[in-house]
Ligand binder design. Structure first.
Ligand code: ATP
Ligand code: MG
Ligand code: MG
Length: 353
């Protein structure tokens, strides 16, 4: 069989490596940490930083195709590999997803609505942007934010003198705070032949900025679910995308649908697919990057996926005895607060909606 190179050895890399193994592929993972979650599952680990040109070159030389499991892979060093081996999803998707200003401009440019936003590079621009957008707002760093890190809420007319500095005085974006009714996400896959499949939208609840649970089906009208899937398809088509993407949405009370952000990789809110679908998001991604046919994305069960964060993982033992429950643990030794240690998906018979 051929070899899939994966940049990043976290839990997503680990689950990708498992799916790859089942389809007969070898996996080679690049990560600085010899003890990373994927190390236990991949065939081989190359130790190195994600921007280490020599390590990346080794990964590309020894793989048939290169993919990645997180969106902050440095684009420059990656581009140097492009001539050597195919890289999926495309680097352009990374460029879009790595910078919240580029991301929103891209989405708005293809007619996809987002929260109103302004680029903010200094405290003065923040003052102007607050006057412009009005209402409660959220200031976010343009780059490198995840799990709600690098964000600060500014109440309407509230104090904000030190907010820009508190984020580290780096380029930022001010977003209007959207009064959403729910958050949903679409996990979809696009193959090398342009074929497209989407899992049913999940309804997501966050706690302290971190995804806490995903429920499927989402309680949204069919029309909203279809519009969300078409939005994901439009994004993928425009990017010439190959692989799995996660698209996060806000659903307003009046049926408005706004994209929050896109993640050019398998997504935490798609972990339930491993329990409730025959073909998981991880297998769809492996199939896509390897040039295989995608599988159907239908779901045999309803489900709720819950993240086990920090000490939540101590409940794993008890969860193992529950019926119709799939527990996944990432093999991380230390249960630090806020650290994703595993997840659990509880299945129930599929109800007609
Ligand atoms: P992820 O871990 O999903 O990558 P992130 O750090 O990139 O998270 P966002 O997705 O931008 O952060 O925001 C985290 C959460 O904060 C959102 O899921 C949503 O609940 C809330 N949020 C973010 N932006 C807005 C907004 N403009 N209006 C209302 N709520 C928001
Ligand atoms: Mg994000
Ligand atoms: Mg998010």
């Amino acid at each position: 069989g051929s070899t899939i190179g994966i940049i990043g050895g976290g839990q997503l890399g680990r689950m990708l490596a498992s799916s790859a193994a089942r389809l007969g592929f070898r996996t080679l993972v690049l990560d600085p940490d010899a003890d990373c979650p994927a190390a236990q599952v991949a065939n081989e680990l190359i130790r190195g930083a994600y921007d280490d040109a020599a390590a990346l070159r080794q990964l590309a030389d020894r793989s048939d195709v290169v993919t990645y499991e997180f969106e902050n892979v440095p684009v420059g060093p990656l581009r140097a590999l492009q001539a050597a081996k195919p890289i999926h999803p495309p680097i352009e998707a990374l460029e879009v997803a790595q910078d919240r200003v580029v991301e929103k401009a891209f989405l708005n440019g293809i007619g996809i609505a987002t929260a109103p936003w302004r680029a903010v590079d200094d405290p003065q621009e923040l003052d102007h942007a607050l006057l412009d957008l009005r209402g409660d707002c959220i200031l976010k760093t343009r780059r490198l934010g995840y799990d709600g890190k690098g964000q600060a809420t500014i109440a309407d007319g509230g104090p904000h003198d030190d907010v820009f500095e508190s984020l580290g005085s780096v380029p930022a974006i001010l977003e209007k705070k959207v009064p959403f009714e729910r958050e949903i996400s679409v996990i979809s896959a696009r193959g090398q032949d342009g074929s497209f499949v989407a899992f049913d939208p999940a309804e997501n609840v966050h706690r302290m900025g971190i995804l806490s649970r995903s429920t499927v089906p989402a309680k949204v009208p069919q029309e909203i679910a279809e519009r969300a899937v078409e939005t994901a398809r439009a994004i993928m088509d425009r990017l010439g995308y190959v692989g799995v993407i996660g698209v996060e949405f806000f659903v307003g009370t009046d049926g408005t649908l706004l994209v929050n952000e896109i993640a050019p990789r398998v997504h935490n809110s798609g972990h339930w697919t491993e329990a409730a679908c025959t073909i998981s998001q991880f297998e769809q991604h492996i199939r896509a990057v390897a040039g295989h046919t995608l599988g159907p994305a239908n779901r045999h069960s309803d489900c709720v996926m819950e993240n086990l964060i920090g000490h939540d993982v101590e409940r794993a033992e008890a969860l193992l005895t529950e019926p119709d429950t799939l527990v996944t643990l990432y093999g991380k030794r230390e249960a630090r607060p806020g650290r994703k240690m595993g997840h659990v998906t509880r299945l129930s018979p599929r109800k007609a909606i």
